[in-house]
Design a protein around this ligand. Structure first.
Ligand code: BTN
Length: 323
């Protein structure tokens, strides 16, 4: 018996007797009891009500590939290879395996309920608790060699910000190069990994996106953070809906970037720049200046006290506000 089938039956929040669950799923009552224990081990809150049955007390927001594809534009839905997984090491790594397995010419996409080795920028790990957040990766191909990729990670930041805005999230900001911010702190991050040239000029990129959706507490996160649920508590957040919006926006942005280049993304990026006109530092304080937005290649411009502008290249540098 699939755990998902049991959760689906319990997801109405009503009390269900062990007998009726067993009947509907074609298993014994003991099997139901064992599966309820498994659900509880996985963090679901299931009340066992004496003489009556079981009731799911915690929120349920299951990932479901059909619900995601149903919300996509039909043409896009037809050209993706979507894997929804319970647990993976990293969705970026899973997309690479998906490509190795052969996904024809379809767009490989992986979404997981949890990651055991979620990766962040600059070699950091990305906390990926089960059922709480969105962990999504897409494999994309670009023509024109590595140099065309300048600014690409900023393009994905704009796409994710726009997707969230269409879902009604206010005040979405971008922190260079591609962190997604809300006023209370970091909402999500983007990890772009280059997979090398497939043939001359043809480059494969895996873009991994992590968005805090339901998370209301996080141990060990060393900076202010936010989640969709804490920022917009009146919305019933569905990870399938957030995933569909982001997949659509990233696929569109990748096409626009391929046909028109980075230039068209510059203004939408600047409009959300959280460091604009703030005193910031790079390279652990070696460089200080005022945030001046990005140049035509996506480098961040630091206005120096002497009146010049120093471009900061992406890669491993990060910017911080000077306190
Ligand atoms: C950052 O450091 O801000 C980037 C975080 C990117 C996390 C996402 S979660 C989905 C994908 N899989 C990973 O292992 N990392 C990215």
């Amino acid at each position: 018996m699939k755990l998902k089938a049991l959760v689906a039956l319990l997801s109405d929040g009503q009390v269900h007797s062990g007998e009726s669950l067993a009947q509907k799923l074609g298993v014994s009552r003991t099997a139901i009891w064992k599966q309820v224990r498994r659900l509880m081990d996985r963090g679901f809150e299931v009340a066992s009500i004496r003489g009556r049955g079981y009731q799911l007390v915690s929120r349920v927001d299951l990932l479901d590939s059909a619900q995601i594809t149903d919300q996509l534009d039909a043409a896009l839905a037809a050209r993706i290879d979507l894997r929804v997984r319970d647990e993976v090491d990293s969705t970026n790594a899973e997309v690479l395996r998906q490509i190795d397995d052969g996904c024809d010419s379809r767009l490989p996409i992986c979404i997981a309920d949890s990651q055991t080795a979620g990766r962040g920028r600059r070699g950091r790990s990305w906390q990926s608790p089960r059922g709480e957040n969105l962990y999504l990766s897409m494999g994309l191909i670009f023509h024109g060699g590595f140099s065309v990729l300048d600014g690409l990670s900023l393009v994905f930041g704009v796409a994710v910000a726009e997707a969230l805005e269409t879902l009604g999230v206010p005040d979405v900001g971008l922190k260079w190069p591609n962190d997604i911010f809300l006023p209370a702190g970091k909402l999500g991050g983007i990890l772009v990994e280059l997979q090398g040239e497939l043939q001359e000029g043809v480059v494969r990129v895996v873009v991994g996106i992590g968005i805090n959706v339901h998370m209301l507490k996080a141990g060990g996160v060393d900076q202010p953070w936010s989640s969709l649920a804490s920022a917009c508590p009146d919305t019933e957040w569905s990870r399938n809906r957030v995933a569909a919006a982001i997949i659509g926006a990233v696929a569109d942005a990748a096409e626009t970037f391929s046909s028109q280049g980075f230039g068209v993304f510059r203004e939408p990026w600047q409009n959300r720049d959280i460091y604009c006109n703030r005193l910031i530092q790079a390279k652990d304080g070696e460089l200080k200046g005022v945030g001046k937005g990005i140049d035509e290649s996506g480098n961040y411009l630091l206005g120096t006290l002497e009146g010049g502008e120093v471009p900061i290249r992406a890669g491993e540098i990060s910017l911080r506000v000077v306190l």
